[in-house]
Design a protein around this ligand. Sequence first.
Ligand SMILES: [Zn+2]
Length: 438
Amino acid sequence: MNLRITGGRIIDPGCYEGPGDILVVDGRIAAVHRGDSGIAPPGGISPPCQVIDASGKIVVPGLIDLHVHLREPGFEHKETIATGCRAAVHGGFSAVCCMANTRPVNDSPAVTEYILAQAAKAGLARVYPVAAVTKGLEGRSLCDYRELKQAGAAAVSDDGRPVLDSRIMRLALEQACRNNLLLISHSEDLSLSEGGVMNEGAAARKLGVAGIPNASESIGVLRDIALSELTGAPVHIAHVSTRESVRAIRDAKGRGVPVTAETAPHYFTLTDEAVLRHGADAKMSPPLRSEQDRLAVREGLADGTIDCIATDHAPHAPDEKAAGLSQAPNGIIGLETAFPVSLRLVDEGVLSLSQLIAKLTLNPARIFGVPCGFTVGAAADIAILDPCAEYVVDASMFKSRSRNSPFCGMTVRGRVVSTMVGGQVVFEDINRVLKNGA
Ligand SMILES: [Zn+2]
């Protein structure tokens, strides 16, 4: 079915922002008509053509999430590739990059190919598998990056764990770069964070639990910047949470080090105080930090130090999160709250709307070297977003198999109306889409 999306405000970062219509033919962008036209008849393209009225909405490239945990294979009780992709498209994401800490670990072409096959079977979001840096995530011997790349790996990371041995990390950066694979650093000094369950500070003292200092993250960030500088290989810093990390990345970028960085909505929205209210549903690694850190992360987003927003979507079953703050596993889900929670940055004057959309589309696409945007001939990956719809986040709305979110109960603005991948409508909010066939 061919499509005309009409009457919306197009935001195609770095390319065009303004009113216009988008024509989709055979799954690809056939034309972008700039300017006001109202609801035009679907002339010019062969019928049948569906017209989607996007009046009052923004029409953007499908969002791209560089950091999710889809849990399959091995932890299907938390999430499957199909349920995770359903959550993704419900959140406006047309593509997600899934981390390697599955069981078995994605350290072999067979696992990479399995993930791609399951994603194709689900037929929802595009899935770019991130393979492991080291076999079994054990930090000892490097995976074969050449064969992983051939199998379809988009990047490498031991996410969930740091590569502790600096020599191994140096070799990994060199090998990954040689094979044209980006290395994503989970920056953490485990000797400093060991035993900690949340940020080191007043909230941890109030709860009487051991804390994780900021230095646990920034030591890792500084080391991996130093290794990127040494090798000339690019490094991408995952889930930046501290002011020291922001400062280190800003300084490194100023010196021309090929470092890029992401943060997650929880780090610029919440502080460790949220653990007092939400308990284990506000527990993740790295942990929610202080107000000073939250403000520094926002500054880092505003001045371009932090390139993009990723969710670190990390589903866990209710009984796992019910094990208490100390015992519960790290991580929260985020795919279905990322857009509305991030939109607060626009309301609060931290980013313009087009800067925010760039941090969810073009910037992550550039970092991973994947396509994005409304170039004629490109795959039609499109999200239609209603930036005005206000509602309360409710766990029952999630398509994810899990419910572990500290954003439940929060009043937000911004709703995903429709998500298209390759011209196929893979999600639509039937209450909000006005369509007519012709
Ligand atoms: Zn991580």
